[in-house]
Design a protein around this ligand. Sequence first.
Ligand SMILES: *Cc1c(COP(=O)(O)O)cnc(C)c1O
Length: 410
Amino acid sequence: MNTNEIAVMHKQYVMPTYAPGLALVKGKGTKVWDAEGNEYLDFLAGIAVTNIGHCHPAMVKAVQEQVATLVHVSNIYYNEKQPQLAKSLAEKSGIAGAKCFFCNSGAEANEGLIKLARLWGSATGKYEIITMRQSFHGRTLATLTATGQEKVQKGFAPLPEGFVHANFNDLESVKNAVTSKTAAILCEAVQGEGGVLPADPGFLEGLRELCNAKGILLLFDEVQCGMGRTAKWFGFQNYDVRPDAFSLAKGLGNGYPIGAVVAGEKLADVFQPGHHATTFGGTPLACAAALAVIDVIEQGALLENALGMGAHMVEGLCEIAMKHKKWIAEVRGLGLMLGLVLDVPALPLQKKLQEKGLLTLATAGNVLRFVPPLTVAREDIDRAVELVAEACAELDDEMAGQSSSTCQCG
Ligand SMILES: *Cc1c(COP(=O)(O)O)cnc(C)c1O
């Protein structure tokens, strides 16, 4: 099928929750190809999902072997992959006594965190959860209510009770939101959908102190910034802070759907039989995929690569930002979770780059997000930066006409 045929059939039979542009049919490493054979450098990586690149041979092998051995048995039975994955994540978290619960997506992992916090708080009448404005936690009813963006909530009332929003990177605002009913604070270390915005040094540590002082749980949503994305296993490890529990999904299975809740001592045994469940969570196949991902990140020293390549990309992007001070405000992010912050909408730049063969994603209106695979090579970064420079030069007149600002780089 060509792109047009795919698009026509899609429009007829698939709900229009998205408006896709390209029809991709093949991927390898940092590259993908569309139905007409055009090649793209993939700095979107399925929205920070394919962290070890497309069709990594080690993952292909692990999944092929497991799919031919045992796919699913339900959680009525043990499977040997699930505790192996749980052990690996618990150890990497650095959180004492950590245990995992496996599910299938980011929203479901956050639902798990929310239910865990409510069950923990139920003994003392605490149920409120404070989340941050501009956050993103998913699209189920509870997680879209947790999400600090009205646009995802519109039309879905009545929303579940017990969610309160505060300002990200504003400790006073969080303190003011605390009541005698507060069970937990839920926060991203780097807001992804909110515009690739890292927590300020001191903010997460301040939340930890506040939680300790008031007997509140600290929960991190690591769905996007986890699994090596920020050049640490988990985004919070860039800070001197440990949560009571956190959620994972996106990069965990490199595209094989799997989510997880990782909880420390205080919460590890709160869920007892009957409290929470999922049919598909933690199948041998999903866990085999995630174990292969972790192995590739370790064997390939991909956290180190993410740090080096991230710094190299920031350098290149800052040079571009300096050249277009009139409409580019700054470059920000951690590791290979980077944002080019514009003073104008980022969509025209995303589109121009796609025409040139570079996939990126505009978010929060004015931020162009780069989340390439952690395997990305120096020459891929150089090529991407070259394409961004070209696109910015071509769009300069149009963009500068809309805005004026001062670049914070350099
Ligand atoms: C993508 C995302 C989610 C939702 O994950 P789904 O798998 O789409 O349900 C939750 N939190 C954050 C931070 C995300 O980036």
